[in-house]
Design a binder for this molecule. Structure first.
Ligand code: ATP
Ligand code: MG
Length: 158
C-alpha cells in the first residue's frame, strides 16, 4: 500500500513534573508500544532563553511567565518520535491541554489534573515540529529502521 499516512517526526518534552514524579519511562513506553520509533533523546536543564524560544508563540499571554518558570524549574527529557502520522497520533495520546478535560486513556487524562502540571509537551503541526526539533536537537536526529517496522507500518506490506 502506498497511500497510507506519511511518516512524520514530532518533538515531545517530558516536563519537570514528569521527571520529578519518576514516570518518564512509563510514559515513553506508551509511545514505544504504539509503534513509534525514538529518533533522538536527551535529558537537559532548560534555561530561560531556551524556554522563551520554545514558547515564543505564547509570548504576551498572561500565563507566559508561569510557563517559562515551570519548564525551567527542574530537568526535562526531550524526545523525537517518528512514525506514520506521528504528529496527530502523539497529540491524541497526550490529550487535551487542560487535564480536567482530557479523556481517560490519554496521558493527561490518566495522570494529570491541572494545566501547569500537564506532564508533556507535543508538537502540534508539521511546521512547529520542524522548528522545535531544530531548536532541541541542533545536532540532528538519527536515521535508522527496525526490523519490526514492517509489522507496524505499511512499508513492505503485505
Ligand atoms: N489558559 C491557560 N492558562 C494557564 N496555562 C495555560 C493556558 N493555556 C495553555 N497553558 C499552558 O501552556 C502550555 C502550552 O499551551 P498550548 O496551547 O500550546 O497547549 P498544548 O499544545 O496542549 O500543550 P504543549 O504545547 O505543552 O504540548 C500548556 O501545556 C499549558 O501548560
Ligand atoms: Mg502547544
Amino acid at each position: 500500500m502506498t497511500d497510507g499516512p506519511s511518516v512524520q517526526r514530532t518533538l515531545i518534552v517530558f516536563k519537570p513534573d514528569a521527571v520529578q514524579r519518576g514516570i518518564v519511562g512509563e510514559l515513553l513506553a506508551r509511545f514505544e508500544r504504539r509503534g513509534l520509533r525514538i529518533a533522538a533523546m536527551r535529558a537537559l536543564q532548560v534555561d530561560r532563553s531556551m524556554a522563551e524560544r520554545h514558547y515564543a508563540v505564547h509570548k504576551g499571554k498572561f500565563f507566559f511567565d508561569d510557563l517559562v518558570k515551570t519548564i525551567t524549574a527542574s530537568p526535562v527529557v526531550a524526545v523525537v518520535l517518528e512514525g506514520p502520522s506521528a504528529i496527530p497520533v502523539v497529540r491524541a495520546m497526550v490529550g487535551a491541554t487542560r487535564p480536567h478535560e482530557a479523556a481517560p486513556g490519554t496521558i493527561r487524562g490518566d495522570y494529570a489534573l491541572v494545566g501547569l502540571r500537564n506532564l508533556i509537551h507535543a508538537s502540534d503541526a508539521p511546521e512547529t515540529a520542524a522548528s522545535e526539533i531544530a531548536l532541541w536537537f541542533p545536532e540532528g536526529v538519527i536515521e535508522y529502521t527496525r526490523d519490526v517496522e514492517r509489522w507496524m507500518t505499511e512499508e513492505g506490506a503485505p
